[in-house]
Design a protein around this ligand. Structure first.
Ligand SMILES: Cc1cc2nc3c(=O)[nH]c(=O)nc-3n(C[C@H](O)[C@H](O)[C@H](O)COP(=O)(O)OP(=O)(O)OC[C@H]3O[C@@H](n4cnc5c(N)ncnc54)[C@H](O)[C@@H]3O)c2cc1C
Length: 546
């Protein structure tokens, strides 16, 4: 580094994480729980109160459950009994053209508790990004191996064969050098890390500009005549105002294709169509992109979250995809730093997560197309009390009922992703391509690469909760097969492996094999009824040595 000598201080850490958005915070949380020393830097001095994401999907909530924070996230978010319905209406005062009921968290949890069919373990949670980030920060700051520094910007880095030297600039003070074994760029859409690696974004950028405003409106939630929900689409072209409930139930965001900031308050007033006092707290413009990075890193440097992929928020696949990146990368970093992870482990981050990034960009496009699909039925006569007006309303409502489901009913995209062609997943030759990993509806599968389906055990616990932080060999349905050879291989390579006996018949039925090898992030490496002939090979593939 040309002028690193002039930097005042040299700090050393195992992992330098750049950016304390939800993705950087999740990387820090998982690494910190694994005892990895890391430094998380954020250029802003404090969190910015911009409302962005508001829905953690079911898979993110499962991940947060595994990280031990799901109930804290729910406590800070929208109350558990609040409906999550989606409305299409002429205004918040009605009339309603279409209504998609979506269960509250409490209802969804009761449904999950009553079923045992390999579905999802956690429902979604509405929590505003400006609530989630400080919560995650407060949790991360308590982890002894993590240091969090706000008001500290990454300026530049270079890497050698062993590590990365990064120049960081605190808001107050002289530049410093941080030497880290690895650097993770979670620095958002205009990522410095991505740019310095020379990684291009592929796809469609700058699709459309929209304005978003945040309102405080204390009475609205209690007074909505058409019913409580989270999303309200106003059938008013060409602006198509879209109101989103925030977690306090006192705050709302409005999205609209407005041409100026000043218009937003008036659009909100018209959308409410009832006399209610409100205050506009902020307005900002944001741009829609559908982009994915051509690579997810180089050498000792990786990118994750919006630094690696940018989607249109329709379908909520932005932060949620980034949380998936975070927990795919973090255990691989921890394993490599602990000395038992082979070279393929970190290489598999790109092989596993980039296809999911590309897939989710595609799914986000499909969700947006669904929304544009029903909006195309708009005619200026939509509010007229005429036969033609009624026909316009009926047509838009019918389209909404099918097309909007491409946004709200995509559990397969959220949780059914599978790592295909990963170097650390066991190949099942001759069994065909496996289930469609792009199915919008979640279908439980133990196909290698998939997430372990959720099963309630006889004692009322969830199978997911029984798995430790390392690898687990599940022995299902009172199997008598010996697994000592594989256990010996893991011991030989000094890789942590738990053996978990699950005699419950229901688990054996839902996961229709006697043996499953599960990785630290709960994805399945291998399944079978007897061990493969070459058990060393299985251990070496799983841990990235082949
Ligand atoms: C209107 C809107 C609604 C959305 N709704 C949803 C939703 O419901 N669900 C969903 O999953 N996603 C949603 N998203 C997307 C979601 O907000 C993003 O995907 C998410 O913020 C990405 O998180 P991140 O941590 O990767 O990046 P960011 O949140 O962008 O965080 C990056 C951080 O890095 C910091 N930084 C940047 N450069 C540096 C540097 N050089 N040094 C130090 N720090 C740096 C930045 O200050 C920032 O704090 C929405 C987005 C928008 C705009």
């Amino acid at each position: 580094m040309a002028s690193s000598e002039s930097a005042n201080r040299v700090a050393e850490t195992q992992v330098l994480i750049v950016g304390a958005g939800p993705v950087g915070l999740t990387v820090a949380l998982d690494l910190g729980r694994r005892g990895v020393r890391c430094l998380l830097i954020e250029r802003n001095e404090t969190f910015i109160q911009l409302p962005k994401m508001e829905r953690c999907n079911a898979r993110t909530m499962e991940i947060y459950r595994r990280l031990g924070i799901a109930e804290q996230v729910r406590d800070a978010g929208l109350p558990r009994d609040a409906p999550m319905d989606v409305f299409l209406a002429l205004s918040m005062a009605g009339p309603v053209l279409a209504h998609l009921p979506c269960p509250s968290v409490a209802q969804a949890k009761a449904e999950i508790a009553a079923r045992n069919d390999g579905g999802l373990l956690e429902p979604y949670q509405l929590i505003s990004q400006y609530t989630l980030e400080p919560l995650l920060r407060s949790i991360v700051e308590k982890l002894p191996s993590v240091t969090v520094r706000f008001g500290c910007e990454l300026i530049f880095f270079e890497q050698d064969a062993e590590a990365v030297n990064a120049r960081v600039q605190p808001i107050a003070g002289a530049p410093e050098t941080v030497r880290a074994s690895y650097l993770v760029g979670c620095d958002g859409g205009s990522s410095t890390v991505r740019k310095q690696l020379g990684i291009r974004l592929e796809g469609e950028g700058n699709i459309r500009k929209l304005r978003q405003a945040l309102f405080r409106c204390d009475d609205l939630y209690e007074r909505i005549p058409i019913g409580k929900g989270r999303h309200y689409h106003i059938a008013e072209g060409p602006l198509f105002p879209f109101l989103i409930l925030q977690d306090s139930t006192r705050h709302w965001t409005l999205h609209a294709a407005a041409s100026s900031d000043a218009e937003m308050a008036e659009i909100f007033r018209k959308s409410l169509a009832m006399p209610i006092t409100f205050e506009m707290l902020s307005v900002n413009e944001w741009t829609q992109h559908l982009l994915c990075a051509e690579r997810y890193g180089d050498g000792h440097v990786f990118i994750a979250g919006d630094a690696a992929h940018l989607v249109i928020p329709t379908g909520g696949l932005g932060m949620n995809t980034g949380v998936g990146d975070a927990v795919d990368l973090s255990w691989k970093l921890a394993a490599t730093l602990a000395g038992w992870g082979g070279p393929q482990l970190l290489a598999s981050y790109d092989a596993e997560r980039r296809p999911i990034g590309v897939r989710n960009v595609k799914a986000s496009r499909a969700a947006m197309t669904g929304r544009l699909g029903w909006r195309a039925a708009y005619r200026p006569n939509i509010a007229d009390e005429t036969t033609e007006g009624a026909a316009t309303r009926a047509q838009m409502a019918a389209l909404f009922d099918t097309e909007q489901r491409k946004v709200t009913e995509i559990s397969g995209i959220e949780a059914g992703y599978r790592y295909v062609n990963s170097p650390i997943i066991w190949d099942e030759p001759g069994d065909g391509p496996g289930p469609d990993p792009d199915n919008p509806h979640y279908v439980p599968t133990t196909w290698p690469g998939a997430r372990l389906p959720h099963v309630w055990l006889n004692d009322g616990t969830a199978l997911h909760d029984r798995l430790g932080p390392g690898y687990t060999l599940l022995r299902l349905g009172k199997t008598r097969n010996s697994t000592s050879a594989l256990e010996e291989s893991f011991r030989k390579f000094r890789v942590p492996l738990d053996i978990l006996e699950i005699p419950d018949e229901n688990a054996r039925e839902i996961l229709p094999y006697e043996l499953l090898l599960i990785r630290p992030d709960l994805h399945i490496v291998w399944r079978g009824n007897t061990l493969p002939h070459d058990v060393d090979k299985l251990a070496l593939v799983a841990t990235g040595h082949l």
